[in-house]
Design a protein around this ligand. Sequence first.
Ligand code: WTA
Length: 658
Amino acid sequence: MSPDPSGTIKSVLQEQRVFHPSAELASQSMVGSLEAYRRMAEQAKTDPDSFWGEAARTELEWFEPFDSVLDWSNPPFARWFEGGTTNLSFNCLDRHLNGPKADKTALIWEGEPGDVRRFTYRELHAEVCRAANALKALGIGKGDLVALYMPMVPEAAIAMLACARIGAPHSVVFGGFSAEALRDRLVDGEAKAVITADGGFRKDKAVALKPAVDAALAEGACPSVTSVLVVQRTKESVVMEPGRDQWWHELVSAQSQECAAEPMASEDRLFVLYTSGSTGKPKGVVHSTAGYNLWAHLTFKWIFDIRDEDVYWCTADVGWITGHSYIVYGPLSNGATTVMYEGAPRPSKPGAFWELIQKHGITIFYTAPTAIRAFMKSGRAVPDQYDMSSLRLLGTVGEPINPEAWMWYREVIGGDRCPIVDTWWQTETGGVMISPLPGATPTKPGSATLPLPGIEADVVDAQGEPVDVDEGGYLIVRRPWPGMMRTVHGNPQRFRESYWEYLRPKDGSFIYFAGDGARRDSDGYFWVMGRVDDVINVSGHRLGTMEIESALVSHPAVSEAAVVGRPDDLKGEAIVAFVTLEGSREVSDALIQELRVHVGKEIGPIARPDEIRCSDALPKTRSGKIMRRILRALAAGEEVKGDTSTLEDRSVLDRLRA
Ligand code: WTA
């Protein structure tokens, strides 16, 4: 972990506009005023145990009640709601079956070709039970890790819920990752089964998935994996390995639609989700049953001020935490109607999103700034062709949103009437941490505003001490919260070091280091500025520079590589790689292209460098550390400022500039 100590965190943003919730919205919403929010936050701060305890008792169903709220006797390893047993799948499904919600639409799914499937809570429950029984038939039980490598089809959500139902933690691997990346995750998690599909439809093409699973499992690379369950989606031909592979439609449909939810202890492992950090391989972020369920549930309810008649759509992929918490678990735990879309806007259908909003009467729309910037670039003529008057609330997630994009989103998509919730959070936090509450929080374009009740966020300096108003620093959280990650799979030390021991204030307290830079203004509003570590955020996707560097040096032509982010209007950040080649290799366009393809193969297309610059050396300190600060400036076409006296060979700079 190395937040660049020489780079000061500065914010140049001077945004003064403020949008107040309308009186009408305030009167209809759950938390109807800033005072009400402050009261909740105060209560959570003065008596966290009763605040969280009360929330857990009223918002979740328990098989056995818990005896304690938080055990923080061994920080940073928190234990929440000990003694209690519950089940996430039960909270998302069964508890809605005894009333009017049973026949309410739980899930509306639309495929890219336009096929639509709907599931009521009762129907979804039946499907999940069948899938759970199928997993049992494969010999999967409590504690066995099941990997999912899926397109955006209903079976992805069904499989997640089925795993939770039988207490088998899932590890969802984004379908855009390569066979190699999948294999690393299967091996690290010792997955017992993989659920996948023949493929999915994306940008008017059938994109295959099963061959990547075959490649990942080839030559006994993942001995723990004993079965593969394959959903048929594209109907392209796939190779089925006898004894290992089975079709979902054959195995699942043969099962009973009754399967009791397994009582899970609060701290039983719920899922693992890999994310990029600044060092080494992606880490398996571990979330546990009750705390995660409560946090996904509560945050969804607060932030989207959810009402029974809402039709809610989050455009994320289930392969990311946003898909976990805000396509599947948060909405279903609240008994909401959630929309899932297989496709993406594409040249043949640039208005795909707006058409979906019009068609399904979507009321809440949650997407990423990178998408908004792309829409903005192609102009308002496209969205203007659709009736989006059903919308009442908009959200963004994944990266800082620039005020210009925020204003466009508000005016063009939200018809100047829908509030925007800019939600800051991370895979590690399980759910949203900083966000406006519609009806309560005045918003400022580009600010995620205030921490949710119970979240004590702050901005501190490198010594862990608070900085002044409007000063940049590190974004931290002072206290544990129910949805926090519990550990790094197989590496508790890494969890402790990278998140909780990185900044140690004088008073010795444990604070959670998020890896982001931020400042707080005089109203206490947070302005998140982006990563301060070696993680780059490309179109809302987190990538570790180390991972891309390892992929590059695994190519025989590369001797050394350093990867940095460069500000990009559309993607937030673009990937720039500086490489030195092995002695005899000459730079050529063909080689550069080959390297890009190689990284795509090693990690996935999202990790392909936008630019690769070859040189004979990289700027290093005398102790051999690559000076990324210099590379970042060069990549951005900026002047190299600050101290360069520690450079071992200053002529490298001139050669790199040339
Ligand atoms: C960034 C995605 C600014 C941030 C939920 C964080 C944001 C990383 C915002 C986590 C936001 C997410 N404003 N930055 N509203 N939301 N980020 O784990 O850098 O994929 O650390 O979780 O995304 O990415 P992750």
